[in-house]
Design a protein around this ligand. Sequence first.
Ligand SMILES: Nc1ncnc2c1ncn2[C@@H]1O[C@H](COP(=O)(O)OP(=O)(O)OP(=O)(O)O)[C@@H](O)[C@H]1O
Length: 263
Amino acid sequence: MSAPAEQSGTLERLIEVRGLLSQFGDRVIHENLDLDLERGEVLGVVGGSGAGKTVLLNSIIGLKEPEGGTVRIFGHERSGMTKAQEADIERRTGILFQQGALFSSLSVIDNVASPLIEHTQLSKDVIRELAEMKIAMVGLKPEAHHLKPAELSGGMRKRVGLARALALDPELLFLDEPTAGLDPIGAAAFDDLIRQLSNDLGLTVFMITHDLDSLYAITDKVAVVADKRIVAKAPVQELEQSDHPWIREYFLGPRGRAGKNAA
Ligand SMILES: Nc1ncnc2c1ncn2[C@@H]1O[C@H](COP(=O)(O)OP(=O)(O)OP(=O)(O)O)[C@@H](O)[C@H]1O
């Protein structure tokens, strides 16, 4: 299902946020926040702790109702969507939550199969085959199929979460701090995997991260959440030149230099 807005212009905008207002009680998290994500773009989203990155993600995927402004996804405005449009968008979208959000009582293969069971009418055998393919795609061996999440390392859990996010062949992938909790080698391997998959599958990616190495390794552009809005959206090399105090500190502070030199 596609909307006329998707075909307009040469770039296809998968996400369009305009004038977003997000509040919890009197506390304003976002005010007048604008953000676009074009098809094929790999966007990093950074900002200080509590700046509102996860709230922004939740507003885009429909887990939080905005207090004002508009959120369009695949050309549809979130607030006016029918159930059928919501289901369509859910099928076209994969999400890897920060903690993996795996079902602890289900094996790896059943976790990866769960979106296929929920959203398709495919036979058990086909679902199993597709789940096995996704597991292989994220670099896990068949021996992992029957393990439960508690029996996996943090890096393996992230891979299973990614395989599940990719189960329905999404066009748009949301990642919330995918490398958090991984050691530097595991994080670099995960970065490589995301970059490779986004290239091979032509994915559009919205990735919240604190990890500077990831920004340099995989993003086309980086959006900075500060002062309740997006204060900049540009390739990481351009952001290094920014005058904004938080951006300067982030990229040119001691950890920023370390990230840059490692790239
Ligand atoms: N359900 C909620 N009720 C009340 N306040 C909330 C709720 N969810 C988030 N907040 C507040 O909104 C602000 C932004 O939170 P958010 O989780 O988006 O930050 P973040 O940028 O993702 O931070 P971090 O990098 O630490 O994960 C925080 O101050 C948080 O306390």
